[in-house]
Design a protein around this ligand. Structure first.
Ligand SMILES: [Zn+2]
Ligand SMILES: [Zn+2]
Length: 428
């Protein structure tokens, strides 16, 4: 079995796709079983259309689900950098992917890659929704919603007829008293009805959110950036920051074309007049700078295990006050530096600063770099300002270093290109 095929199959082995496929199987089986008694396929043209619709919905849902999962969102290549060296100054650098983040791309910590036009990470498809699979994801939601409505309606009609069977016989309507309810199929109906109602409502909400995303050409992450941009301008009116214009909203027709045709290369995007390719990334860099100014530095004094309930290492109170989120928990070792952005009584949320040594070796310590850890494992660094500056310098140095490496690679590539051109010219 090829490696790619193995990877593709492994992506199905997750609670999201397994639950979704399992529930689809149970509901489809129930709908077909009940439909056979309620409106036997083949007895009239209407019954044939009804029966075909069940299969159309089921196969359409499965096809677009599998496509959204297998095609994936599209990733920025590892160690990616812009063509023009100068453009790198407008971009953020991703340490995990060891490359620059192209405009509209974001690093997904679950996929552990920079995702092109990332919208959100969806557990049901066990991956991100982004540039390549957003259209499939929307088709999947549409089929899923119509399958839920159609399946739910068939089950309700069949159960009503089953429960009124005696009454129908008494009225002499024998041709309608065809549904025979047993404890097992009644239970399957109740379960399936619960599932179709729940999933139907969930898909209406998701579809509504996705339609907003498409019509404005603004992913959920970008909506957050736009909100923060407005907040920055309102919070510091004295600073007179230039107004921020979201550059990708080109009108609903052009926006729909962009999503459903997935045109372009996923790196450069059509923008509004007055904006350029880096309008949004420059704003992101400014927001990052603000965030860094608010960040507090801590040094690790005792190891944090990364456990969700560290009752043995950190005691009962820390374990009873765990943060109610599914954000990762990070592992810390003494002397690690952490930049903390969220504070609770017993837990802190922050990002571990990679040491120079780790950067030089390019080594990756196992587990997440950003997440929660018990507050008793760290001490705040008192000389906040100087240390914060030091850390900022370090980050900047790291960026400078990667820019330097990038320049070196670029000049090396240019030399190779010159040599190849020279050889080609000589041979022709
Ligand atoms: Zn990345
Ligand atoms: Zn993801």
């Amino acid at each position: 079995m090829s490696c790619d095929l193995k990877d593709d199959l492994r992506r199905f082995l997750h609670w999201g796709p397994i639950t979704l496929l399992g529930l689809t199987l149970v509901v489809t089986w129930t709908v077909i079983d009940m439909n056979a008694m309620w409106w036997t396929p083949g007895e009239s043209p209407g019954s044939v259309i009804n029966y075909s619709l069940i299969w159309l919905h089921t196969l359409g849902t499965l096809y677009h689900f599998v496509k959204a999962l297998l095609v994936g969102p599209g990733f920025i290549p590892l160690r990616w950098h812009p063509e023009r060296i100068k453009d790198a100054e407008h971009l953020q650098f991703c340490l995990r992917c060891d490359g620059y983040k192209a405009p509209r791309s974001h690093h997904c910590r679950r996929c552990d890659r920079c995702v092109i036009k990332m919208d959100h990470h969806c557990p049901w498809i066990n991956g991100c929704v982004g540039w390549s699979n957003q259209a499939s994801f929307i088709y999947f939601l549409l089929f899923f919603l119509s399958a839920s409505l159609h399946g739910g309606a068939i089950i309700i009609c069949a159960v009503v007829r089953g429960l009124g069977k005696r009454w129908l016989i008494k009225q002499g309507l024998h041709h309608m008293a065809t549904v025979h309810l047993t404890p097992s199929n009644l239970m399957a109906c109740v379960l399936s009805l619960g599932v179709t109602t729940g999933t139907g409502l969930a898909s209406i909400k998701l579809l509504y959110m996705q339609l907003k995303v498409i019509l404005r050409n603004q992913t959920e992450i970008e909506s957050w950036i736009v909100k923060k941009a407005a907040f920055r301008r309102n919070a510091y009116p004295g600073k007179r920051i230039r107004p921020f214009v979201f550059p990708y909203n080109l009108g609903w027709k052009a926006n729909c074309r962009e999503v459903f045709l997935a045109s372009g290369d996923g790196i450069s995007w059509p923008v509004l007049p007055g904006c350029d390719q880096y309008t949004i990334t420059r704003e992101q860099l400014e927001q990052k700078k603000d965030k860094r100014a608010r960040t507090r530095s801590y040094r690790c004094i005792r190891p944090a295990t990364g456990n969700w309930v560290p009752i043995i290492s950190q005691g009962l109170w820390t374990s009873l006050n765990i943060p109610c989120t599914d954000d990762p928990r990070i592992v810390l070792q003494p002397d690690d530096l952490v930049q903390v952005t969220r504070i609770q009584d017993y837990w802190l949320y922050g990002e571990r600063v990679r040491s120079e040594e780790q950067n030089e070796k390019g080594s990756r310590r196992k587990g997440a770099i950003r997440g929660w850890f018990p507050s008793c494992c760290v001490l705040e660094i008192p000389n906040e300002e100087s240390e914060a500056e030091e850390d900022n310098d370090e980050t900047e140095q790291m960026e400078q270093k990667s820019k330097k490496t990038f320049k070196e690679i670029a000049s090396q590539n240019k030399r190779m290109l010159d040599l190849a051109t020279f050889i080609l010219k000589r041979n022709s």
